[in-house]
Each structure stands twice: as C-alpha cells, then as structure tokens.
Design a binder for this molecule. Sequence first.
Ligand code: ATP
Ligand code: MG
Length: 400
Amino acid sequence: MEVLERAGYSAYLVGGAVRDLLLGRAPADLDIATNAKPEIVKSLFDRTVDTGIRHGTVSVRVRDQWMEVTTFRAEGPYADGRRPDYVEFVDDVVADLARRDFTINAMALDRSGRLVDPFGGRQDLARRLLRAVGDPVERFREDGLRLVRAVRFVVQLSLACDPATERALVEQVDAIRPIALERIGRELERLACAPWHEHLDWLASLPLWRQRGEPLAWLEQGFAWLAARRPFSLAPPPGWPSVALWFVGLDEDAPLCGKRFAESLAYGKDVAHSVERAVRLVRAWLGGADATSPLMLYEAGYDAAVMAARMIAFLTCGDLFERARWKRAICNQPLWDRADLALPARDLMDMGARGKEIGEYQQALVKAVLSGKMKNRREDLRRLVMAWRKEDDGHGLGGQ
Ligand code: ATP
Ligand code: MG
C-alpha cells in the first residue's frame, strides 16, 4: 500500500481481510484495491503474476507474502447469472465496494487505519448480521454463487441473516443452477472447515441443494441424518473428513455418492477415493463390523483410515475408548500397501516365481501378514514362500 501511495495512487485493504481483522480473526488472504491500473501495478513491484488481469487483478509478492491487487472496478449487467458482461475500472473505492456481495465484505481500510464503510458493514458485524449490499434479490440473481457464500458465512461466522436477505436466500434458490460445481466446491471447502454442526437443522432445511440436482442434492439427506444424531460436543474435523461426514447417512450407495461429490467438485481423484473409502469404513463401523481389523484398514488405506478415525471421534463426541482403539489399530497396522511388503518382487523371482505368480504370492503374503500369522520381515516372508513352493512342488500357492 505504501508503494502504491508513494507513486501517487490510493490503496486499501478490502473484503474478507478487513472483516476478519475487525472480528479479531486471522485473515485467510490479503486483497488490496487501488485506483492504479494493472499495468502500473505490475511496473511498481518486482514479482507479479497476471492472476486475472482482464478483471484487473495482479498477484504481487512482497516480503514472502502473496497478495492480490485489484484495480477499483464496477461491473456491467449480469446476463448469465454468473459473471458480469463486462467490468470497467473506476476511480472511486466506494463504487468498488458497491459491487461486493455482503455488507461485512464491503469495507475498506486505508494505511492510516481509516475504515471506509458505506453500507454499514461494521454495525452488521457487531450485530452478527449477514446483509446483502443493495437489493438481495438482485444480488443473488446476478451471481448465484452468492447463495452458497451466504450459507458459508452464516456458518463460518455464526451470523443471522437479515430478513430480506434470508427471504431472498429461500426464494431465489434457482439462481444456483448455472453456477459451475467447481466454484460451489470452493465455498463448500470453507464450509467444511467451519462449525457446521451448530447449524444442521438449517442446513438440512435449505432448498438450495436440490436445485442443482445430484451430487449437490445429496447434501440435504446427509445433513438431515447428522441433525438426527445430535448433539455433537466436538467441533467437526476440518476439511475432507467433514465432507465425508456429510455423506455417511445417505440411503443410496453412500461411499459412491461421496466419491462422485468430491470428483464433481474438482477435489481431485485421490481425495475422492479417500472420501469413498472413509465413508465405507465408517458405515461398516456403524453397522457393527470390526472396522479396525487389519484387513479392513488395509482395504481402506492409510488416508481413509485416518479420515474415518476423525469422523468417528466426531460422531462419538470424542469417546475415549473409540479414540484409543482407532489410534492403536492405525499405529499397529502391519501393512498398508502391497508395495510395503518386506519381501521385494525381486526375491520372489530369485525363488523362481514368474509372471502372474508373483502377484499371487504377494497377495498371499499380504493375507498372512494381515492375519497376524507372519511378521512383515524379509526373512520370515522368504521362509514362508519357500515352504509354499516346496508343498506345491514349485507350482501354485499350496492352499493359500
Ligand atoms: P475468505 O476469508 O474465506 O477468503 P472472503 O470474503 O475474503 O473470505 P474471497 O472469495 O476471498 O472471500 O473474496 C474476496 C472479496 O471479494 C469478498 O470479501 C467480497 O468482497 C468479494 N467477493 C468475492 N466473491 C464475490 C461474489 N461472488 N460476489 C460479490 N463479491 C464477491
Ligand atoms: Mg479472501
């Protein structure tokens, strides 16, 4: 901000960072707004990236910290309910604040600590009120993502909705339909790090989720199932374990639904896979299965097992016995992956195993280790394979 000001421009901290500072929370990221055009911003700093230069945003690195510097802008009409048809740069911070979604996000702070707050965001924050900037109906129609953002802020910051905003949040739910799942996913990621367990009835009652069809529509049932299991005394585990918890109670194939949800929200294949297997493990546990057995943990894999342990800690309100049981089982798990067998495939080949046989031996070794019959030690495993080969006269797996 000092650099911009010295060059004769104005600069403000804006948006979420101002809100979080007023709340005494650590800001997630820093957004700076300025009347300097992007080309000027780029010329003033050594390290910049054209993050969204067409919309006026340049990322700038100062003292090991990236921040987004965006030229004051006003937005043209929204024909598609997603993005403005065009943006235009303006010279006035108030005009820039007017395009923002909620009053608590529409404040600016200059370097001297002066707050620019044309919509009463500070008062709303003090009253813990979420209120759209301007007409809520219009603001939700312009960009349906704001519906999900509203839900996220209510939960994240324990806010109540202003009556007009609340009404619009229910009546304009179909505005979510044209919004890309990835953008929705980014907001739900933040919801998954917030105390959603305190708002389960409200979350389950929102007509929002079903507007967008599956996989989002599944959330309604997922939240309702959790609502029926309250009270929960622990804060939910942040991130993916929370996302997985939203799917545990589904009637349909819950693990697959969780996987599809994670995939379509672009959370990546690994995450989707872990969510699927964690949901499966927790459902097995709910059904009374011995879910911490080495075989079940092996099938889930390490990431999903840890995720499931966190989910179960939440579901049991931190039950000490369950916690200890999962911790012990995960620490003592002898094998998580076939690749972790102490006997390398090379050794099997030295013993004469070929082709498909190698995989079959490995599978049998995994079984022997998981059953506790064998320790995962190279010599022990080698002896076992030799015994099998002798029994079988060098062929097959001797009854394994
Ligand atoms: P967080 O602290 O989680 O980052 P945030 O409020 O900073 O929350 P961002 O997505 O980082 O959220 O957006 C930064 C600012 O940009 C917001 O505070 C708001 O002023 C504005 N903004 C973001 N998304 C929208 C939107 N869909 N419509 C209007 N304004 C938006
Ligand atoms: Mg932010």
